[in-house]
Design a protein around this ligand. Structure first.
Ligand SMILES: Cc1cc2nc3c(=O)[nH]c(=O)nc-3n(C[C@H](O)[C@H](O)[C@H](O)COP(=O)(O)OP(=O)(O)OC[C@H]3O[C@@H](n4cnc5c(N)ncnc54)[C@H](O)[C@@H]3O)c2cc1C
Length: 460
């Protein structure tokens, strides 16, 4: 077995570690420990305090629970929601036709449409959740513009869109095609060749996660931040408990939920080919006080060409969260591929978003917009992004490890996917519900076969 030293999940946050825009307004739970010491034993241990771990925890403590609350602990290596969820674009944008084309080609239209419907269901699900639980997380519903700057790429997308229309699928009614004229006039994207618009949303992801964990903690969750799991033992004790080593001692767990995203293979090395940590970039941009700029209430994906993608939301205060541009550093693989270090910059893209709004949108020419939040020092924050080899998350029982479950590998597209996966993994761990009974898209099921993926989407 590898020593603890050689299995470090990730470097400790460096001194002077810069937080993302979303972590500028911290919750009282940010460094919370429900008890001074780790519990010695727990029924269910969640590892990871991001969206997946928080959703699992929330669902393990339902409002109508009877009797003694379950014994559940959640260990987070750093502060609450300090991984990808606390560093993302805040874009809640179901994918209606983009990866759907790839999934259709690989697995058939039925399986692909199952994923689309699942993603769309998150819109209503999160709206209901936020209303019911009164979670203030700036959840906003709007339209999203998917804009193509490359005419050939647009033509390919349009042809798959036409195919979906021909299938008579109801969800495609929401997707409106935009001609070049529409796209430049309505969306204000300077070099737009055309695109699509459809329903989407955005939110403050950190506040959603803090809200979910606040509820779970109030109902009995033992939350332990700043607690790194260094190893999960290979065998169970005679009582059926997995020994889990942390930097604060050992905790024994009957069931384990791995919600560790990009860092999964440090604890479950069998996922090293399936969940490949990659870095992405995200920034916060603001116009100068009093300077004129065009309000952009919709969200955006701007496609500059094959593999060149930028995602963007506008906050109510007019500021912009924008990230992506992987094409600028794709060839410098050592800087981002199979690299979970979120404490260093990707040099090739460091200054990319300076002047981005001015050069991309009509109406921002005189905005004097600047990148105001630089996540990891320098000009931008570089973020870990768990990219799936086959682009699909791994949900379910870990092959060959009874009592261990995984909900990880949500790619750069977790917001319309993770919440219900967290619910499903909670049901599997707590009530022995089978994967099929959860109603998750069948493509999401983790399996021994998927550990050696047929496709490698990480390098495009
Ligand atoms: C730059 C960027 C932009 C993105 N933009 C969007 C977007 O706009 N829309 C969208 O839908 N998706 C986006 N995503 C993807 C989305 O953020 C993720 O899919 C989602 O947040 C994954 O949630 P998670 O809980 O699985 O992972 P995380 O939030 O990363 O949580 C995993 C947690 O596990 C902890 N952990 C790991 N190992 C250990 C260990 N050994 N011990 C204890 N704790 C451990 C980590 O510290 C981390 O907090 C983006 C991602 C990135 C990186």
């Amino acid at each position: 077995m590898a020593s603890t030293e050689s299995r470090k999940p990730f470097p400790q946050p460096a001194a002077g570690y810069t937080q993302s825009f979303w972590r500028t307004d911290l919750d009282p739970l940010d460094s919370h420990r429900s008890t001074p010491d780790l519990p010695k034993e727990t029924d269910i241990l969640i590892i990871g305090g991001g969206y997946a771990g928080a959703s699992a925890a929330y669902h393990l403590f339902p409002e109508d629970q009877q009797g003694t609350p379950p014994k559940v602990a959640l260990l987070e290596a750093r502060e609450l929601c300090s991984g990808a969820t606390g560093r993302n674009g805040g874009h809640l944008r179901p994918d209606l036709y983009s990866m759907t084309a790839t999934y259709t080609q690989r697995y058939g239209i039925e399986a692909a449409v199952e994923v689309v419907r699942f993603e769309i269901s998150h819109m209503k699900e999160l709206e209901n959740l936020v209303r019911k639980e009164n979670i203030e997380c700036d959840l906003t519903f709007t339209r999203s513009y998917d804009i193509y700057l490359d005419a050939d790429q647009l033509a390919t997308a349009k042809s798959f869109y036409n195919f979906l229309v021909d299938q008579g699928l109801d969800f495609i009614d929401d997707v409106k095609y935009l001609s070049k004229e529409d796209a430049q006039g309505t969306t204000k994207v300077r070099d737009a060749q055309g695109g699509f618009s459809f329903s989407a949303g955005h939110l403050w992801p950190y506040k959603l996660i803090a809200g979910l964990l606040r509820i779970a903690v109030s109902r009995g969750l033992n939350l332990q931040t700043n607690t790194m799991v260094t190893e999960i033992g290979q065998t169970r004790t005679p009582e059926g408990l997995w020994p889990v080593t942390t930097d604060r001692g050992i905790i024994y767990a009957r069931k384990i939920i791995l919600a560790t995203n990009a860092f999964t293979s440090a604890l479950a090395s069998e996922y090293s080919k399936a969940i490949v940590p990659c870095k992405g970039l995200c920034t916060h941009i603001e116009a100068a006080p009093g300077a004129p700029y065009q309000q952009l209430p919709e969200t955006y994906a701007i496609r500059l060409g094959s593999g060149a993608f930028i995602y963007q939301i506008s906050r109510k205060d007019g500021s912009i969260i924008v990230g992506g541009a992987q094409y600028t550093y794709k060839d410098a693989q050592e800087q981002w591929h199979n690299n979970p270090d979120d404490g260093t910059l990707i040099k090739n893209v460091e200054n990319y978003f300076d002047g981005y709004m001015q050069r991309t949108f009509f109406g921002w020419e005189d905005s004097q917009a600047t990148v105001t939040h630089k996540w990891t020092g320098g000009m931008q924050n570089i973020l870990d992004l768990s990219v799936l080899a086959d682009s699909l998350p791994h949900i379910g029982g870990i092959p060959g490890k009874p009592g261990q479950f995984i909900a990880a590998g949500f790619n750069g597209h977790g917001m319309p996917v993770v919440f219900l996966c967290g619910k499903a993994i909670a049901q599997m761990a707590q009530q022995s519900v089978s994967f099929q009974e959860t109603g998750l898209p069948k493509l999401f099921e983790t399996s021994a076969a998927r550990l050696d993926p047929v496709y490698d989407d990480t390098l495009g």
